[in-house]
Design a protein around this ligand. Structure first.
Ligand SMILES: CSC[C@H]1O[C@H](OP(=O)(O)O)[C@H](O)[C@@H]1O
Ligand SMILES: Nc1ncnc2[nH]cnc12
Length: 329
């Protein structure tokens, strides 16, 4: 493993992928370094891999319309963190979400794409398709869900959470899904249950009544923590099942989820790769893509990168921009 300063001098990853169930590494990427990153909250779920993306297997390797280079040496550099750790050893309710997001921020990451296996609660969000959630319905309990809980010398903050996902990052994912001709829902409310058990039929029906179309165990508090750290955050959700079986299918099991994710992995990687390329072009100040420029990253405010091991001890990034929790529109 390299040390953090060594890495920072060599490769800067401005985009991160958090790999969910079934995505424990980036198979086609060229690994540049693996980092054990200490945080004030303890260790993250896994080391962070810094890797250069290449074209995913089974795809044409074209640039997704972004003008970005698809060559083995020329793809964007990303930071990859496995949410459940090696061998899926960390259950959703036990994930150290704060350590995970802090570790990525400490590398200078500005945008996080979270890959998630979700259930579809209604027919508009069918099994085998993708979704890009735009709302969260939190049904978890007991999770450390803020950096502003008095454990750091940071004062009081009240995060505006009306729009928990980054609009430009969601647009990049949607553009990638369109480019790959995937069937997807461009929005959706994801209910987040505590897990690790799945829902009862009554719970599932109640979530639908509350307005949810999708169900997850991990989409809270990731978006909120990313916003507190001034990072763009969006989720690429792959719908593995119909939860308790509203469409007449068998109720979900972990085996079913894993099997469907394995089959869909090339599709998921292709979409992630395209989206990263688009975002990377935006971060580099490139002109928007031909499709009308759905992505353009606003630069982070100066001093916004966290100092993990600074002389004065751990500190949070610079002040959040008023009213948004992230960068200005
Ligand atoms: C193994 S099935 C339940 C598991 O799958 C989802 O994981 P992730 O969101 O990390 O892709 C779900 O949230 C549960 O953690
Ligand atoms: N039905 C479901 N409920 C909660 N999390 C899930 N992840 C994948 N399918 C799920």
């Amino acid at each position: 493993m390299s040390s953090l300063p060594e890495h920072q001098a060599e490769h800067r990853a401005r985009i991160a992928i958090i790999g969910g169930t079934g995505l424990y590494k980036l198979p086609e990427a060229v690994v540049l370094s693996r980092l054990d990153i200490p945080t004030p909250f303890g260790p993250p779920s896994s080391p962070v891999t810094i890797a250069r993306l290449t074209a995913p297997a089974g795809t044409s390797g074209d640039d997704g319309g972004t003008g970005a280079d698809g060559d083995r040496d020329g793809g964007p550099v990303v930071a990859f963190l496995s949410r459940h750790g090696r061998g899926h050893s960390v259950a959703p309710q036990q994930i150290n979400y704060r350590a995970n997001l802090w570790a990525l921020k400490s590398l200078g990451v500005e945008a996080v794409i979270s890959s998630a296996a979700v259930g579809g609660l209604v027919s508009s969000h069918g099994t085998g398709t993708f979704a890009v959630p735009d709302q969260v319905l939190d049904k978890t309990w007991g999770r450390a869900d803020t950096f502003y809980d008095g454990s750091l010398p940071t004062g009081v903050q009240h995060l505006p959470a009306a729009e928990p996902y980054s609009a430009p990052l969601r647009a990049a994912l949607i553009a990638a899904l369109e480019h790959r001709s995937e069937d997807f829902a461009g929005a959706g409310t994801v209910a987040v249950i505590n897990g690790p058990r799945f829902s009862t039929k009554a719970e599932s029906a109640a979530l639908v009544k509350s307005g949810a179309q999708l169900i997850s165990m991990t989409q809270y508090p990731e978006p909120m923590l990313a916003a507190e750290l001034n990072m763009h955050f969006a989720a690429l959700a792959f719908i593995t099942d119909a939860d308790t079986g509203h469409d007449g299918s068998e109720p979900v099991t972990a085996e079913l989820v894993l099997g469907r994710l394995a089959a869909a992995q090339p599709r998921i990687l292709a979409v992630l790769s395209d989206a990263v390329r688009t975002v990377s072009a935006g971060l580099g100040g490139a002109e928007p893509a031909d499709d009308g420029g759905t992505w353009r990253m606003v630069p982070m405010p100066p001093g916004a990168v966290a100092t993990v091991m600074g002389a004065a001890g751990p500190v949070l990034p610079g002040p959040l921009l008023p009213g948004t929790g992230r960068t200005a529109p």
